[in-house]
Design a protein around this ligand. Structure first.
Ligand code: ZN
Ligand code: ZN
Length: 134
């Protein structure tokens, strides 16, 4: 069982099973919402995710027509990115997991909008936008 929490600790969650593919997302929205060069998210089947506490403090921000992002209304921690085009999966902000999530990044996405002040120095695959082609 993987568990995690926001910075203030009021919101806690649990994930059953393993985290799926992990991506570093370099899109401009992830840069802003994380205040960092990129956001790192792990894919989790929605049915495997549950709030343990503080679910009433979870706020939703719709960052684009297809994406909702959740965060703690007290401390502001980013928690999830949820695509309404993918009803079975959610993307969990990996930095909120307690301890070692036992998964490692698979690739970079949206490198087309990468921060000019950050250089990717690993050998993971880089995708201009999404990791799949439509
Ligand atoms: Zn919090
Ligand atoms: Zn992004």
């Amino acid at each position: 069982m993987i568990e995690g929490k926001c910075l203030c600790g009021r919101i806690q969650y649990a994930v059953e099973g393993d985290i799926g593919e992990v991506s570093h997302c370099h899109c401009s929205m992830c840069q802003r919402i994380h205040g960092a060069a990129f956001g790192t998210y792990g894919a989790v089947p929605r049915e495997n995710f549950r709030w343990l506490s503080g679910s009433d403090l979870v706020q939703v921000y719709q960052s684009s027509a297809s994406m909702d992002r959740t965060f703690c209304s007290v401390c502001g921690s980013t928690l999830q990115a949820i695509l309404n085009t993918e009803p079975d999966v959610l993307y969990l902000a990996l930095g909120t997991i307690n301890g070692d999530p036992k998964c490692r990044p698979s690739f970079h996405i949206f490198v087309g909008s990468k921060a000019p002040w950050y250089e990717i120095t690993d050998d993971l695959p880089q995708h201009e936008t999404w990791s799949y082609t439509e």
